[in-house]
Write a protein that binds this ligand. Structure first.
Ligand SMILES: [Zn+2]
Length: 168
């Protein structure tokens, strides 16, 4: 119940801030909303495509097409993005990578990746630390703001590429 209320709060909060939508799109910086409900770990990651690919318009040459396809393929496995403690025994159950670019929509000056993932964890109390291996492969990514919620407890921190770890 709490999580539903929190989610409504987040959604309405976002829509209030959404007016200048470009303001949320800051090159090199992303946002991760992470929540744990029982044994279910859910995440929603938003990142400028510029930070991931170095471009955020539709690919203009075969090299860019390949880079975009590689990213899409890599994201099928959420461990490309986030590293969970092995003791938590988590299994990916869902992942969704969305972007105007993946859909071949052009015309906007900026594009974002919208990435959603779900894990089921046999030992969720071991979820005390999260790593972000994607920084290594995407050097234009500098920061990730992590917002964590579990059973009413919240924590947020900015993770930097030089120390890509979020600890509870
Ligand atoms: Zn941009």
């Amino acid at each position: 119940m709490l999580s539903i209320f929190f989610r409504m709060f987040v959604v309405s909060g976002l829509s209030l801030m959404a007016l200048p939508s470009i303001a949320q799109h800051s090159h090199g910086k992303g946002l991760l909303q992470l929540s744990l409900n029982g044994d279910l770990l859910q995440g929603q990651w938003t990142m400028p495509m510029e930070a991931l690919l170095g471009f955020e318009q539709l690919p203009k040459n075969p090299k860019q097409t390949e880079a975009m396809n590689d990213l899409q393929k890599s994201l099928q496995n959420a461990s490309y993005f986030i590293e969970l403690p092995a003791e938590a025994k988590c299994q990916q159950i869902e992942v969704k990578a969305d972007s105007d670019m993946f859909q071949g929509i052009k015309g906007k000056a900026h594009s974002d990746l919208q990435y959603a993932f779900k894990f089921k964890c046999a030992n969720p109390q071991a979820l005390t630390k999260f790593g972000f291996p994607f920084f290594k492969s995407h050097i234009k990514s500098h920061q990730l703001k992590v917002e964590w919620v579990s059973q009413g407890a919240q924590k947020s921190a900015t993770v930097r590429s030089s120390k890509p770890t979020f600890a509870l």
